[in-house]
Ligand binder design. Structure first.
Ligand SMILES: [Fe+2]
Length: 240
């Protein structure tokens, strides 16, 4: 629910057309950057420290797998009748992505079986390198989706139709995944996007949804950014 109304606001900010990928891709990129930094700060000889980093890697892999499934199930079928070869190419990228996450899962298993400090450190290095490759692949993949796939979506669909498609995707996502995504959206979006998101929620969803997101904004944003967001919401209310 929260994401549906949020997505509707993406075009207000900077796009002349509605970018169906914007909000979720910003959340995914924030996860990649954050996890990548965590990994390079982790001393893998310390199992406890490593486990906390590996749990985060695992979350990222699961969320990317789920995201690829949403696109395979909803976005690519919308394009299939117009650009079948493009759909093939993107499906192949999603498979390649899945193989990369499987090899990362394999390396994490190796780490969990390692006894000697030297092996743990070496495996940690391998996990760092594999995660970097996973990140680079996905950053490029998301860029291609936002340029190549958007061009096709914008040619054949109106913004209203793309919003409806996004609504279908959101309706299919379990609440746990929605709440995790909302946290990373809050961490990954700029102020204008967050303000538009919260204003749309204020207009279209129950009050408790807005309160929940404001609490999330307060805990996730630096104080000065949170203040701007809050002020801008209050201004909006005065105008209304
Ligand atoms: Fe994507």
């Amino acid at each position: 629910m929260l994401i549906i109304v949020a997505a509707a606001t993406d075009k207000l900010n900077h796009m002349s057309r509605y970018n169906i990928f914007n909000q979720v891709h910003k959340a995914l990129r924030a996860m990649l950057y954050d996890t990548s930094l965590t990994l390079q700060q982790t001393w893998f000889a310390d199992r406890e420290e490593a486990e906390s980093a590996l749990r985060q890697v695992n979350k990222v892999l699961n969320i990317f797998d789920a995201h690829a499934r949403h696109e395979d199930d909803f976005v690519l079928p919308a394009i299939a009748q117009y650009e079948p070869s493009l759909v093939d190419a993107f499906e192949q990228e999603h498979e390649q992505d899945h193989l990369m996450s499987e090899s990362l899962r394999g390396l994490m298993l190796v780490y969990r079986h390692a006894m000697k400090a030297g092996v743990k450190i070496e495996t940690g290095d391998a996990i760092n390198r594999a995660f970097t490759e996973f990140m680079i692949f996905n950053l490029q993949h998301m860029n291609r989706e936002e340029t190549i796939l958007n061009k096709v979506l914008w040619r054949y669909y109106s913004d209203a139709e793309l919003l409806a498609l996004n609504q279908q995707i959101v309706a299919s996502i379990p609440p746990g995944e929605i709440s995790e995504s909302s946290t990373w959206m809050m961490r990954g979006l700029n102020n204008a996007e967050i303000i538009a998101w919260l204003k749309a929620v204020e207009k279209n969803a129950p009050q408790q949804a807005l309160t929940g997101l404001l609490n999330l904004a307060e805990s996730e944003l630096p104080a000065e950014r949170y203040q701007k967001v809050q002020e801008s919401l209050t201004e909006g209310m005065q105008i209304l």
